[in-house]
Design a binder for this molecule. Structure first.
Ligand SMILES: NC(=O)c1ccc[n+]([C@@H]2O[C@H](COP(=O)([O-])OP(=O)(O)OC[C@H]3O[C@@H](n4cnc5c(N)ncnc54)[C@H](O)[C@@H]3O)[C@@H](O)[C@H]2O)c1
Length: 469
């Protein structure tokens, strides 16, 4: 059993393994194996019953992972954001991915933002963000910083597992060399790597970390086995061991690329059917009666996964001389949907002789998806900007949003409650349960007479909306 060694900076506690608890993956044993067998290949690196795991980056992905590992193993949750660490130490997760009870149930998990507290770990799992820059190019800065930082704490025999979504090759071509440089250790001799992408879906209480099959991989066959059994010990849905780190990286990035493209196809269909004057939902319902028709729906594609990850793949493709067409075409369509919706609403307002300039528009929902507070890369912002460009006054109402975050990220101050009878147009942008519960009558009461109600997410029945995707 590990022991609590008392509070460090920020009151963080760290855990240390009891002597001899690292039976098969003991650092000294690894060095001994290397000395005696030259390489670890052929050595018996079996699953260690009591590793110390450090999770680097405690966001939507890192925290649930740290909590699951922290129920079983000594786990150190590390984040560079002291406010996030303080919040978690107080027992609350503002992303709402983990309840207070779940946090409390991880009784072997401690939090810290002091690098020194990481040194006792043997397995480091990196879950930092992988955004894109304003030119839609991968921004590896958080991964680079985390890798350089890990270079100062990894020790012989340690394993660094990356979970952040990247393009194939990023782990071994971009991150590992930085760890080698900063540590002076040699990859696959002194320290090892793995890649295990995350598939969670924020706000989804059904598909959770432990109930989603997890892809794993390792830098040697032995490490792959080790990483696979480590994850296998917490993932009840089981694991899939990929043949290499690159295969696992590629698998993750194509999952989201496929989803992005499927939605892009349906969005393009919505653009065509609008011109044909037929209802997209009705067409999809009819086509969906065929056994192999995929049930995708049109919509805005935001968040920092589906709308971002394809650019990682297209960046890598372009780097090696292949210029992707289908993937980027899909991205363009999905990114144009906010503008399309505003055009539709404005046309309907004009037909009703509503003066668009100085009109009051209500947008219901700002988060990138329903029933979660995540604002990252929300495409609702495209509609806010477009309406403002038309001279409309825009109120944004979203009971899930932290107002300070909305102000900080987008310069938007959401209204606490929408006013009754105020709006000339209402756009239902996000399918939060609160909006579904309100129903069409209560939503319509927010508008003036002749108010245009546009329902992006099909919250209302077709006849209760003036337009929908
Ligand atoms: N959110 C999702 O639904 C989801 C699903 C699957 C995969 N992913 C991928 O997982 C990765 C993480 O995503 P997320 O949503 O958890 O991000 P997030 O922004 O919620 O959390 C990242 C955390 O990492 C911290 N951080 C940044 N740099 C750091 C560093 N150098 N050292 C330590 N901590 C650092 C941040 O302070 C933040 O708390 C991304 O690559 C993302 O694409 C996300």
């Amino acid at each position: 059993m590990g022991q609590n060694v008392g509070p460090g900076r920020l009151g963080c506690w760290k855990v240390v393994p009891a002597i001899n608890s690292f039976l098969e993956f003991d650092k000294k044993k690894m060095i001994h194996q290397r000395d005696t067998e030259e390489k670890t290949q052929g050595s018996k690196m079996k699953f260690n019953q009591d590793p110390v795991i450090a999770v680097i980056g405690l966001g939507y992905v890192g925290l649930p992972l740290a909590v699951e590992f922290g129920k079983k193993y000594h786990t150190i949750g590390f984040d560079i954001n002291p406010a996030r660490v303080e919040e978690l130490m107080s027992g609350h997760d503002s992303t709402l991915e983990c309840s207070d009870e779940e946090l409390a149930s991880a009784n072997r998990l401690g939090y810290c933002c002091d690098l020194n507290d990481l040194k006792t770990a043997n397995v480091y799992i990196v879950t930092v963000p992988t955004p894109i820059d304003r030119h839609n190019r991968p921004d590896l800065t958080p991964l680079i910083r985390a890798s350089e930082m890990l270079g100062s704490v990894v020790d012989k025999g340690d394993i660094v597992v990356f979970e952040s979504t990247v393009y194939p090759g990023a782990t071994e071509e971009d991150c590992i060399p930085l760890i080698e440089k900063a540590s002076g250790l040699v990859y696959n001799r002194d320290f090892f790597a793995g890649y295990s992408p995350e598939r969670i879906n924020p706000g989804d209480k059904q598909h959770r970390l432990t109930t989603i099959k997890k892809v794993t991989s390792g830098s040697t066959p032995e490490v792959a086995d080790y990483v696979d059994s480590l994850y296998g010990s917490i993932i009840t849905a089981g694991t899939h061991k990929a043949s290499s780190i690159k295969v696992a990286e590629a698998a993750k990035v194509i999952e989201n690329t496929q989803r992005d493209l499927n939605i892009a196809l349906v969005n393009e269909l919505a653009l065509i059917f609008d011109r044909l004057g037929i209802d997209t939902e009705e067409v999809l319902l009819a086509a969906g009666t065929k056994w192999n028709f995929l049930p995708f729906r049109p919509g805005l594609v935001g968040g920092h996964c589906i709308g971002v990850d394809p650019y990682y793949l297209t960046h890598k493709a372009q780097e090696i001389g292949y210029h992707p067409e289908v993937i980027l075409a899909g991205r363009r369509i999905n990114d144009s949907m906010g503008q399309f919706v505003v055009n539709q609403v404005v046309k309907k307002m004009i037909k009703r002789r509503i003066h668009v300039e100085d009109s009051n528009v209500l947008i219901m929902g700002l988060t990138f998806k329903e029933n979660c507070p995540d604002l990252r890369n929300t495409r609702v912002i495209d509609m806010v900007r477009e309406f403002r460009d038309c001279g409309a006054n825009v109120d944004v109402y979203d009971p899930w949003v932290n107002p300070a975050e909305a102000e900080h990220e987008y310069g938007i101050t959401p209204v606490k409650e929408p006013a009754f009878g105020k709006y000339e147009a209402i756009v239902l942008a996000v399918a939060h349960d609160q909006f579904k519960d309100m129903g069409s009558e209560a939503i319509r009461k927010l508008g003036r007479r002749d108010c245009v109600v546009y329902d992006i997410k099909h919250i209302l029945s077709a006849e209760m909306a003036d337009g929908r995707l």
